[in-house]
Design a protein around this ligand. Structure first.
Ligand code: GDP
Ligand code: MG
Length: 162
């Protein structure tokens, strides 16, 4: 089984940066994994010799009315087909109403997620993450996707579940 990891979160939290970091120097697009469509952006990644698939999503904008309209259809679909969801938030901006709406959605769907507090380069990680525990977090990682900080140990932990 090749685990599928979806990156979800509102725009600008760093999903594509993490996607590129994880899939760097690989053939970026793969569409030949069973059950996956071409609608979303899939990348093949590897931890050591272990392959996994990452899905980048366009994200959720915060200015619509309901959670369903807030979430692009492809983000919803990515959540459904993922074995693991990395829910990304911005450690510099702190908790946001859109983050809360997405957390509610994931709980409604009974989807376990790992909370990924990104952009902790140059700031205090403990302070940056403290804001987010109200989301009801079981698993939290503090990373700096653009620097690669915390990234491989996070993936290692996430893949341990499979
Ligand atoms: P997306 O909309 O969620 O895909 O976010 P992007 O990956 O496009 O990143 C949005 C912005 O955040 C870009 O300007 C990135 O360079 C920046 N960014 C991403 N990761 C980090 C990080 O770890 N630290 C800092 N300081 N900026 C980051
Ligand atoms: Mg993006």
């Amino acid at each position: 089984m090749i685990p599928v990891i979806a990156l979800v979160g509102r725009p600008n939290v760093g999903k594509s940066t993490l996607f590129n970091q994880l899939t760097r120097s690989r053939d970026a697009l793969v569409a030949d994994f069973a059950g996956l469509t071409r609608d979303r952006k899939y990348g093949e990644a590897r931890l050591g010799s272990r392959p996994y698939v990452v899905i980048d999503t366009g994200g959720i904008s915060g200015d619509e009315e309901g959670i369903d309209s807030q979430m692009a259809g492809q983000s919803l679909a990515a959540i459904e087909e993922a074995d693991a969801v990395l829910f990304m938030v911005d450690g510099r901006e702190g908790l946001n109403a859109t983050d809360e709406a997405l957390a509610r959605h994931l709980r409604q769907r009974n989807k376990a997620f790992h909370l990924v507090v990104n952009k902790i380069d140059g700031i205090d990680a403990d302070v940056a993450t403290s804001d987010f525990y109200t989301l009801g977090v079981e698993s939290l990682f503090a990373i700096a996707a653009s620097h690669g900080r915390g990234v491989s140990s996070m993936i290692e932990t996430v893949l341990e579940g499979f």
